[in-house]
Design a protein around this ligand. Structure first.
Ligand code: MLT
Length: 394
């Protein structure tokens, strides 16, 4: 009999956001026609900006023209997009070669796929509360996981220690779910630690566009020594509304070598075998994000979500609820009121005021007692959700 991957038996029955969707659907079935205020999964509510839409339309027309038509795309990404991304890094003072940039179909896909680079027995360090896909992808691969709890007292930004020693170190900054952001000195400690023990950092920078404070690093490659120990995984999902369009990018420096093998070269080998590249149309839409007009327009969208954050922060302040995040990150991480459990609070918000959020426990056991609100909702819904939260909790 075919033996399936038995590691799946070690997973929770369903993925966090699926569990939330199922509970929400059950509520909707029981209350037909009721409007829900969706602040759960970090899915964007604004349409793609004009610069992207125009580029997508033009690319569709190219596909109707024999001279401009594109079939298979280069597996690691079209050179026009890899160069545009490298130029974007350069504009922020970070030097990255175009062939160190790999175009992907999204950060969440890549965070699991990239594990192919590491030995089957490699361990992975995850700072919790954490984006649940880090843990689930490693469970599926049967890899040992080193769970490092992060606590409120240290701002959810633990320092490296012996307890964090592992082959692969996941860092997410700005953090999903807590909104905490490593400063340069804190990131330097992790880079030094990884270089000392030969570990590789997987730096999830999906939310870097939300950083407002000038001194905070957007990229791990702003830190000395990162080119010999880090891979950076980025996404246009939250920056430019590509959650449904799908496009991300990964930077693997050529200096990143382990046991004589270049991880950049290995990823070229992997991608050329396992993918036929992201579609031409989507890559053209993505390239528009990196034009001056595209950057101006995506900044306008981010400003809308930042206003949502302010609306929610004001409501929590009025209600006297402790929270962090929201300033340099699109998530608010709050303490559930009256010692409530995070799923208990989820049910209470859903049933009493029709607001959907994300229970902190879904990001790891040390997220119990906390709750995440996304700022990516429709602005009018966010205003109403904030009013309802304030009325319920004040
Ligand atoms: C989240 O809500 O944590 C994210 O939207 C999930 C994702 O990016 O896949």
């Amino acid at each position: 009999m075919t033996r399936p991957n038995m590691h799946y038996a070690d997973l929770q029955e369903s993925y966090l956001f699926r569990r939330i969707a199922q509970r929400t659907a059950t509520y909707e079935q029981a209350h037909p026609g009721v409007h829900l205020y969706r602040m759960g999964i970090g899915d964007v509510s604004l349409p793609l900006c004009d610069a992207v839409i125009c580029a997508l339309h033009e690319a569709v027309d190219d596909q109707a023209n024999a001279k401009r038509f594109h079939g298979y795309m280069p597996e690691c990404g079209a050179s026009f997009l890899r160069e545009a991304i490298a130029a974007h890094y350069a504009s922020r003072g970070v030097s990255v070669d175009a062939d160190e940039v790999f175009v992907s179909s999204g950060a969440s896909d890549e965070l699991g796929d990239i594990l192919d680079l590491f030995d089957a027995g490699s361990s992975a360090m995850v700072i919790e509360p954490a984006y649940p896909a880090y843990v689930d992808a490693n469970i599926m691969a049967g890899r040992p996981i080193v769970h490092v709890p992060a606590c409120e007292e240290e701002g959810f930004l633990p320092r490296p220690s012996e307890a964090a020693r592992a082959d692969v170190l996941y860092l997410c900054s700005p953090n999903n779910p807590t909104g905490a952001v490593f400063n340069k000195a804190q990131l330097q400690e992790w880079v030094d630690f990884a270089n000392q023990c030969g570990a590789v950092i997987l730096f999830d920078a999906a939310y870097e566009a939300y950083i407002e404070d000038d001194e905070l690093p957007h990229s791990i490659f702003e830190v000395a020594g990162a080119r010999t120990c880090a891979i950076e995984i980025c996404s246009l999902s939250k920056t430019a509304g590509f959650t449904g369009t799908r496009l991300g990018y990964t930077v693997i420096p050529k200096e990143l070598v382990r046991c004589g093998l270049s991880l950049n070269g290995m990823w070229v080998r992997n991608r050329t075998t396992k993918t036929n590249g992201v579609s031409y149309i989507i890559q053209r839409g993505a390239a528009a994000v990196f034009t001056p007009e595209g950057q101006r327009q995506v900044r306008e969208g981010i400003a809308v979500y930042k206003r949502n954050a302010q609306v929610l922060m004001r409501a929590l302040d009025e209600a006297g609820i402790w929270y962090c995040g929201g300033r340099n990150a699109p998530y608010l991480w709050l303490r559930c009121p009256d010692g409530m459990g995070s799923w208990e609070f989820f049910d209470s918000l859903l049933h009493q005021i029709q607001v959907v959020g994300t229970p902190g426990e879904g990001f790891g056991s040390c997220g119990e007692g906390y709750f995440r609100l996304s700022t990516f909702g429709d602005p009018r819904d966010t205003v109403e959700a904030a009013r309802r939260i304030e009325d319920l909790l004040a």
